[in-house]
Design a protein around this ligand. Structure first.
Ligand SMILES: NC(=O)C1=CN([C@@H]2O[C@H](COP(=O)(O)OP(=O)(O)OC[C@H]3O[C@@H](n4cnc5c(N)ncnc54)[C@H](OP(=O)(O)O)[C@@H]3O)[C@@H](O)[C@H]2O)C=CC1
Ligand SMILES: O=C(O)CCC(=O)C(=O)O
Length: 478
C-alpha cells in the first residue's frame, strides 16, 4: 500500500511510523498509510518555514497569484477524484465531498485574486510636511491546525490566505483525515511552491500540534477544532504573546416562528441539523419553535427525518453518511441516552447495522426539551437535534442567545420585522434568514462570538486581519 510522506523544506520526508487512514463507511478498508510525524519533524518544518520566509515575503504578488491560481485550477479539474477520496476518509456523501473540493478550489482562486489586491492607506499627518503610510506586511511563519470534519476546505481556507499575504506555513491536519491535506501539499509542490514556503506535518495533535503551538519560530496560529484544544492553544499563545485565531464549537439555534413557510422551515432544519451527519460547527442543534406551528412542524420534520437515507458515503442514494469514527459514534449515542434521562422524548438516534462495517447512526430528534438540559448546552457534533417550544418571538430570541456559544443562528419567518429584529439582536457571528445555519459562502467573513471563536475572522477579505500585520510609517519630505 502507498505510503504518504510529510513535506518539509521542499522534500518528501518519510517517518518511523505510518498511520492507517480508514474509511468510516467500512472500517475494514484502509485508504492509505500516512506518515506519523515526530516532534523533530515539526521542528524541522518550522525551521524550513523560517528560512523561506524572507524570500516569500519579497515574492511578487504575481508569483503568489500564479501559485494559488494553479492550485485552485487543479483542485477544480480533479474535484471528482479528490471528492471521492474525501468521502472515503471522512464519510460525507459523494455530492458533499465533491462540493467541498470545489469550495477549496474557489478559496484558492479567490485568494489568488486577493494576492494582487493587498492595499494600504496614505493619510495626511496632523503635522506639516509629513506623510503617513499604513501598509500590510506578512506575519511570518503561521502554524495551521485543522480538524477532520472539513478535511479539504478548512486547510484551504487557512493555507490560501496565509500564502497570498506572503506568509510561510506549517500545516498539521487531523490525524483521522490526512489524505486531503496531503493532496493540497502535493498540488502546491507540483505547481512550483518554493521549498519551505508550505510544509505539511501529519501526525498526532499531542505531538506534532503541541510542538507547532509552543515553537518559538511560529509567529501566529490558526486553529479549528474543539473548545478544549482551542482554549489550551489560546493560553499558550497568550503566554508567548503570539497572534492566534480560533474557531471552535457551536450550539446553533434555529428559530421557527408561527408565520414561517413550513416547507422552507422543514427543509432548512433537515439540512442544517442532519446533513454532513451533523458534523458541522454550524449545525442547527437547537430548533426553537413557536407553539402555534409546533405540532405541524414537528410532524413534518419527523417524517422528513425518517425518510433520510443513511448509508455508505459513496452510494448514490445516501443522504447521510457515517459518523467519522467509533469514538465520535459512542459520544453521540451517549448523548441520545442522556436525552432520555433528561426527560426528552427521543425519536431515532440508534446505531444502524448496515451491510458494511461502518459507523452508521439514525438521525435523532429530542422532543419536549428545555434549554437548561445538557443536550441543549453541549455541542454533540452528530446527527441530533432538539425541539424547544416557546411562546413568542421574545422568548425565542432569549433562548437562542442563552448559550455560551455564538457561531451561527437562524430564523424561519415570512415577517420582515421579525427577521430584521432577529438579525440585529442575535448574539451570533453569522445569521441566516430562511436558510440553514450551516453552509456558508467562501468569500465572506466566517466566525462567531462568545465561546465559539477568538481572534480575527477567517475567509474573504477579512482574512487579511489575521494573516498580515500593519505598519505605520511617517515620512518627512523636508
Ligand atoms: N469546530 C469544529 O469545526 C470542530 C469541532 N470539533 C469538536 O471537537 C470534538 C472532538 O474532536 P477532536 O477531533 O478530538 O478535536 P480536537 O480539537 O482534538 O482536534 C482538532 C485538531 O487539533 C489537534 N490537536 C489536538 N490536541 C492538540 C494539542 N494539544 N496541540 C495542538 N493541536 C492539537 C488535533 O490533532 P489530532 O490529529 O490528534 O486529532 C486536530 O488536528 C468533536 O466531537 C466536536 O465536538 C471537532 C472537529 C471540528
Ligand atoms: O457550515 C459550513 O459551511 C462550514 C462549517 C465549518 O466550517 C465547520 O463545521 O467547521
Amino acid at each position: 500500500m502507498d505510503r504518504h510522506d510529510n513535506l518539509i523544506g521542499g522534500e518528501w520526508v518519510g517517518a518511523d511510523t505510518y498511520g492507517e487512514n480508514r474509511n468510516p463507511s467500512n472500517w475494514d478498508e484502509v485508504i492509505g498509510l500516512y506518515a506519523q510525524g515526530s516532534s523533530a519533524d515539526a521542528e524541522r518544518a518550522v525551521e524550513a518555514a523560517r528560512a523561506a520566509a524572507p524570500g516569500w515575503a519579497a515574492a511578487t504578488p504575481q508569483a503568489r497569484h500564479d501559485l494559488l491560481e494553479a492550485v485552485g485550477r487543479k483542485l477544480a479539474e480533479r474535484s471528482q477524484e479528490i471528492g471521492r477520496l474525501l468521502s472515503r476518509e471522512e464519510g460525507k456523501t459523494l455530492a458533499e465531498g465533491i462540493g467541498e473540493t470545489m469550495r477549496a478550489a474557489q478559496v484558492f482562486k479567490f485568494f489568488a485574486g486577493e494576492a494582487l489586491r493587498v492595499t494600504g492607506d496614505m493619510l495626511a499627518s496632523v503635522r506639516p510636511d509629513i506623510d503617513v503610510e499604513v501598509t500590510r506586511e506578512p506575519v511570518g511563519v503561521v502554524g495551521l491546525i485543522t480538524p477532520w470534519n472539513f478535511p479539504i476546505a478548512i486547510p484551504a481556507w487557512k493555507t490560501a490566505p496565509a500564502l497570498a499575504y506572503g506568509n510561510c506555513v506549517v500545516l498539521k491536519p487531523a490525524d483521522l483525515t490526512p489524505a486531503c491535506a496531503h493532496v493540497i501539499a502535493r498540488l502546491l509542490d507540483e505547481c512550483g511552491c518554493p521549498p519551505g514556503v508550505f510544509n505539511l506535518v501529519m501526525g498526532r495533535g499531542s505531538v506534532v500540534g503541541e510542538t507547532i503551538v509552543t515553537h518559538p519560530g511560529v509567529d501566529a496560529l490558526s486553529f479549528t477544532g474543539s473548545v478544549g484544544t482551542g482554549s489550551h492553544i489560546a493560553e499558550v499563545c497568550g503566554r508567548l504573546k503570539r497572534k492566534c485565531q480560533l474557531e471552535m464549537g457551536g450550539k446553533n439555534p434555529m428559530v421557527v416562528l408561527n408565520d414561517a413557510d413550513l416547507d422552507v422551515a422543514v427543509s432548512a432544519c433537515l439540512n442544517g441539523t442532519f446533513f454532513s451527519t451533523g458534523q458541522r460547527c454550524t449545525a442547527s442543534s437547537r430548533l426553537i419553535v413557536e407553539d402555534g406551528i409546533h405540532d405541524a412542524f414537528v410532524e413534518r420534520l419527523v417524517a422528513g427525518m425518517r425518510a433520510l437515507r443513511v448509508g455508505d458515503a459513496l452510494a448514490p442514494e445516501t443522504q447521510i453518511g457515517p459518523v467519522v469514527d467509533g469514538k465520535q459514534l459512542d459520544s453521540n449515542l451517549a448523548y441520545v441516552d442522556l436525552a432520555g434521562k433528561e426527560g426528552a422524548e427521543v425519536i431515532g438516534g440508534q446505531r444502524l447495522e448496515l451491510a458494511t462495517n461502518g459507523f452508521f447512526q439514525a438521525p435523532a430528534l429530542f422532543l419536549g426539551t428545555d434549554n437548561s438540559m445538557r443536550i441543549n448546552r453541549e455541542e454533540i457534533f452528530g446527527p441530533c437535534g432538539s425541539i424547544i417550544k416557546v411562546g413568542d418571538f421574545d422568548e425565542a430570541l432569549a433562548v437562542a442567545n442563552d448559550t455560551e456559544f455564538g457561531l451561527s443562528a437562524g430564523i424561519c419567518t415570512t415577517g420582515l420585522k421579525s427577521a430584521r429584529e432577529f438579525k440585529r439582536r442575535s448574539q451570533a457571528g453569522m445569521v441566516m434568514v430562511n436558510l440553514p445555519t450551516a453552509g456558508v459562502d467562501f468569500h465572506v467573513p466566517f466566525g462567531g462570538r462568545k465561546g465559539s471563536s477568538y481572534g480575527p475572522r477567517e475567509q474573504g477579505r477579512y482574512a487579511a486581519e489575521f494573516y498580515t500585520t500593519v505598519k505605520t510609517a511617517y515620512v518627512f519630505a523636508g
